[in-house]
Design a protein. Structure first.
Length: 164
């Protein structure tokens, strides 16, 4: 008879994976949540969420969107990580002026946190679809391929703010 409970080793591995995923994606997801909360929405953030799509995200932000929620609020929440993390980068540059070997990892971390995901771009491009769905999820579209362009832009912006 086999025991279907996870072993202590697999539980520990899952815990480590969860902590690493949280460290990577939490700043990005919390930027969405901050703007959503300021707009009067009730945000939720999940690390390693259950997902039916072709790729499983490391993190997921969501909030219920009512019929009266303006499209500008939906767009502001969708793009929140970019301006928030650019502001954090500028603040770091002005107060700490990072130097040495930590600059490159910090630059990459802030650029990743600032970059918009395919879902972020799709919601920004189609806020009425998100409002109709009642959540920050829209059907797949060509907009979801745009992060290939937005990630380098975020990286250059973070690098310029951090290093210049």
């Amino acid at each position: 008879m086999s025991d279907s409970r996870p072993s202590a080793a697999s539980s520990a591995t899952r815990g480590v994976v969860w902590i690493l995923a949280a460290a990577i994606v939490l700043p990005h997801e919390l930027a969405h949540a901050l703007v959503a909360r300021l707009a009067g929405l009730s945000p939720t953030v999940e690390i390693l969420p259950q997902w039916d799509g072709p790729a499983t995200p490391l993190g997921r932000f969501d909030a219920a969107i009512g019929d009266a929620t303006p499209t500008w609020v939906i767009r502001a929440v969708a793009v929140a990580p970019l301006p928030i993390h650019l502001a954090v980068t500028a603040g770091l540059r002005l107060t700490v002026a990072p130097e040495g070997p930590l600059v490159v990892p910090l630059l990459l971390y802030l650029a990743y946190s600032a970059s918009l995901s395919g879902g972020d771009v799709a919601v920004c491009a189609r806020p009425t679809a998100a409002r109709d769905a009642g959540a920050f999820v829209v059907p797949a579209s060509r907009w979801q391929a745009l992060p290939v362009l937005t990630a380098p832009v975020a990286t250059v912006a973070v690098a310029a703010l951090l290093l210049v």
